[in-house]
Design a protein around this ligand. Structure first.
Ligand code: C5P
Length: 232
């Protein structure tokens, strides 16, 4: 695996998703399946997209007791996901259990990455609701280090945090970064954004791009532009 563009297929059902992917003749983009599509279409959507030759990032953000996460990770592994994720807030023990559940008898496994703090959580909520009286940037780096200590492969973070995560956790620790927009594009509800080219300079390993591709008049051209700007 190397630097790549992952399309966030935030669609409500299998029909819309497969019709969208049909437009990419001759290309097999890396696909992110999130909660909406997974819950709407069921686990078969992962098998179907995999059978069509795509790699799949299954973005279900698990967070439960270690035993439950371990067993659930085995199920996600057997669906054929290439990357899966969880909340680092579930503790190092939970992350270690997740890795155990993901690992096949031959030692191979999908990549496992952690959500540190959701970008929808701000400093006020962190302190007043979660009672974490620390600076958000320090919390994000501490959770990333916990993920690294547990043996995970990387984190989901803003491209603005990618360089710092690599500095703290190592160059080989993956940064998978949403919040990407074209220079002239509509930001939508994303507040802190970078272009694909800026994300590449910042050291992102994978960019996750949704609406700039899925809502484009020509999604294939928008995807090709992302690849050109990000991968070169
Ligand atoms: O449409 P857009 O490019 O904003 O989509 C970004 C994708 O990345 C969405 O699927 C969103 O849920 C996801 N994501 C995010 N910010 C995070 C974590 C995930 O935008 N912190």
């Amino acid at each position: 695996m190397g630097r790549d563009v992952i399309i966030a297929c935030d669609f409500p059902n299998a029909e819309t998703t497969l019709a969208f992917l049909d437009r990419f003749t001759g290309r097999k983009p890396f696909v992110k399946i999130g909660m909406e599509l997974f819950y709407g279409a069921g686990p078969d959507i992962v098998r179907t997209v995999k059978a069509r030759g795509h790699q799949v990032f299954l973005d279900l953000k698990l967070h439960d007791i270690p035993n439950t996460v371990k067993k659930s990770m085995t199920v996600l592994r057997d669906l054929g996901a290439d990357i899966v994720n969880l909340h680092a807030a579930g503790t190092v023990r939970m992350m270690e259990a997740a890795l155990e559940g993901l690992t096949r008898p031959d030692g191979s496994r999908p990549l496992l990455i952690a959500v540190t703090q959701l970008t929808s959580t701000d400093q006020t909520a962190l302190e007043n609701e979660l009672l974490i009286k620390k600076n958000m940037a320090d919390v994000v780096m501490h959770y990333a280090l916990n993920a690294r200590m547990a043996g995970l492969d990387g984190v989901v973070c803003s491209p603005l945090e990618a360089a710092a995560v690599h500095e703290v956790c190592g160059a080989d620790f993956l940064t998978v970064t949403p919040g990407v927009r074209f220079a002239e594009g509509d930001k939508g509800d994303q507040k802190r954004v970078m272009t694909p080219a800026e994300a590449a300079k910042a050291g992102s390993d994978y960019i996750v791009v949704g609406r700039p591709i899925t809502a484009a008049a020509d999604p294939v051209a928008a995807y090709e532009r992302c690849i050109r700007e990000f991968v070169g």
